[in-house]
Design a protein around this ligand. Structure first.
Ligand code: NDP
Length: 433
């Protein structure tokens, strides 16, 4: 805290990991002697830069750009870019720190990083977004590369933004390489990347339930968010026979007691991806119940999939979810559960899948996009989906192997220890760096 003042989200992420890792490290003094945990909490480097661009009215606008290159012990830096007005160093450091463990869990060779800007894409025209992305890449390109650091999307950065960023990188470097993932299929993108995080969450949930001889069929699921992760978590849940009762956005949430229909979901995907409107439009179109300004956690359910943003499930929300019978929480977003809420879920010994395990499917397919780019090949969709399912299964197995406590699996502990072992092993091998 003394070294990183004013970074509450970063402290939160480190504390959550330290709580479960310290007992493990104490039992394995080799890590303590080499100060591995302390070294892991200090990024390799942080780049902060000015991004200057012109809006449609001809005004000069100034934003701040960041890239936090946290750790490349097991592969090139890898992690998304977030464009949101809330972006700060604390948020990007928490995301970059989490990314180290997540990428390790995928079993693919990727280090941890995160970046972005306090640029708010809401209400900006397409041209403004393009000019911003080009200005952002005009500095970022010096710090990244296909074997150095490979950014991807996150909140506010989807296919449109990745395309503008990639185009600018290609122009500046005069080379066509897999320097970004989440690209369009026509220029090096991987099949299933768009769906991978949401689908991966549901595959992970399926594995957790299967250990208890249960399936997703008929499960009542409350999903938050209406962006990339939420859309495809909802789609896969519906394909598996579960009922998606809610989706949410910054404006409020929609509630469909019998579960969203395919027609409603298709409308929402188009609304959020192309028209960038809010969920009140779903209510207008289909008569769906809509609760402005509220979060969906009061809706009785079997499972919750928080897929919007950090700290969206607070202590009171956790109490309500548990009181209403929720038996599993699967984090699609990064750190959507506050520490107090997490304490309630773990005390109740429900199935709780932390984001670094449950939402690793996105970066895993990004890793496979890098592989395909290096080979200059595109694999068929079925092949990539098969690999995604296998990867999620392996992540689940690692969590169980390190998180089993009598009859309950502590997935938080399991994910932290399993992710740590590989990175720490590489750091030990390199000596003191
Ligand atoms: P998107 O920008 O596509 O969607 C985010 C959704 O969450 C939007 O519906 C947005 O509402 C809502 N949201 C964002 N901030 C808030 C807030 N403060 N309050 C209420 N709602 C909010 O992002 P993604 O779906 O890509 O990312 C969602 C989460 O998943 C993030 O935590 C991200 O880090 C994590 N993640 C994403 C991965 C990916 O592959 N995309 C991979 C792994 C994790 P609105 O529509 O009104 O803007």
């Amino acid at each position: 805290i003394r070294r990183n003042p004013g970074q509450p989200e970063f402290h939160q992420a480190v504390c959550e990991v330290a709580e479960t890792l310290i007992p493990y490290i104490n039992a394995h003094p080799v890590y303590e002697r080499a100060c591995i945990l302390e070294r892991l909490t200090e990024p390799d480097r942080i780049v902060i830069f000015r991004v200057c661009w012109e809006d449609d009215a001809g005004n000069v606008r100034v934003n701040r750009g960041y890239r936090v290159q946290f750790n490349n012990a097991i592969g090139p830096y890898k992690g998304g870019l977030r464009f949101d007005k809330s972006v700060s160093l604390s948020i990007l450091k928490f995301l970059g720190f989490e990314q180290i463990f997540k990428n390790s869990l995928t079993t693919l060779p990727m280090g941890g990083a995160k970046g972005g800007s306090d640029f708010n894409p809401k209400g900006k025209s397409d041209r403004e977004v393009m000019r911003f992305c080009q200005a952002f890449m005009s500095e970022l390109y010096r710090h990244i590369g296909k074997d150095v650091d490979v950014p991807a999307g996150d909140i506010g950065v989807g296919t449109r933004e990745i395309s503008y960023l990639f185009g600018q990188y290609k122009r500046l470097r005069n080379e066509f390489t897999g320097v970004l993932t989440g690209k369009g299929l026509a220029f090096g993108g991987s099949p299933v990347r768009t769906e991978a995080t949401g689908y991966g969450c549901v595959y992970f949930a399926r594995e957790m339930l299967a250990r208890q001889h249960e399936g997703l069929e008929g499960k009542r699921c409350v999903v938050s968010g209406a962006g990339n992760v939420a859309q495809y978590a909802a789609q896969k849940l519906m394909q598996e026979g579960a009922k998606v009762l809610t989706l949410s956005d910054r404006s409020g949430y929609i509630f469909e007691p019998e579960g969203l229909t395919e027609e409603e979901l298709a409308f929402i995907i188009d609304l959020k991806t192309n028209r960038r409107g809010d969920l009140s439009e779903v209510a207008k179109e289909f008569g769906t119940d809509y609760f402005p300004g509220e979060k969906p956690w009061g809706v009785p359910c079997d499972m919750a999939f928080p897929c919007a943003t950090q700290n969206e499930i607070e202590e009171e929300d956790a109490r309500r979810l548990l009181a209403n019978g929720c038996r599993a929480v699967v984090e699609g977003a990064n750190m959507p559960t506050t520490r107090e809420a997490l304490r309630h879920f773990r005390a109740a010994r429900i199935l709780f899948a932390p984001g670094k395990a449950a939402n690793a499917g996105g970066v895993a397919i990004s890793g496979l996009e890098m592989t395909q780019n290096s080979m200059r090949l595109t694999w068929p969709r079925e092949e990539v989906d098969r690999q995604l399912q296998q990867i999620m299964k392996r992540i689940h197995e690692q969590c169980v192997a390190h998180g089993q406590e009598d009859s309950w699996v502590d997935y938080v502990k399991g994910a932290n220890i399993a992710g740590f072992i590989k990175v720490a092993g590489a750091m030990l091998a390199y000596g003191i760096l």
